[in-house]
Write a protein that binds this ligand. Structure first.
Ligand code: DQA
Length: 155
């Protein structure tokens, strides 16, 4: 497989209900909207020399399609699968099928919450998981993604 080269192509995938960030359960997820998070990611990506695609869907099949479309078009996927984290074999299989490096993110620390949120169908196939730092997990993941791709591209 050819090694990816700059500019790194990053896809950020957001699962169900994340379109309601800023409105939904603000005590858990905070007041920052998904549009604001996208803007922060775009600014950072530009600074780091990366291209960013940022998508959201409330539908499992649509998320599978978005992940499949990344094949050959993106270098790395950052994903907040939201509730599908804990249920979706289809999203896991799509990530395995495209065989791109994956970083899993969550605004909340899922390991401090209800037991059903402790299980992730993505964690063991991801490079790593970033959780619990609110909207900052997105920019942390963009930074980690670029560092990973730089390291993987060799000297
Ligand atoms: C979430 C955590 C999930 O358990 C939850 O279903 C979400 C958001 C997070 O970002 O903290 O919708 O992925």
């Amino acid at each position: 497989m050819t090694r990816p080269r700059a500019p790194w192509r990053l896809l950020v995938v957001n699962g169900p209900n994340l379109n309601l960030l800023g409105v939904r359960e603000t005590g858990v997820y905070g007041a920052v909207t998904l549009a604001e998070i996208e803007a922060r990611c775009r600014d950072l990506a530009e600074t780091l020399g990366a291209e960013l695609a940022f998508v959201q869907s409330n539908h499992e099949g649509s998320l599978v399609d978005l992940i499949q479309d990344a094949r050959g078009r993106q270098d790395l996927i950052i994903i907040n699968p939201a509730a599908y984290t804990h249920t979706s074999v289809a999203i896991r299989d799509a990530l395995l099928a495209v065989a791109l490096p994956v970083i899993e993110i969550h605004l909340s620390n899922i390991h401090r919450r209800e037991p059903f949120r402790h299980r992730s169908f993505v964690a063991d196939i991801a490079l790593g998981q970033i959780a619990g730092f609110g909207p900052d997990v997105y920019t942390m993941a963009v930074t980690a993604a670029v560092r990973h791709l730089q390291a993987a591209s060799g000297p």
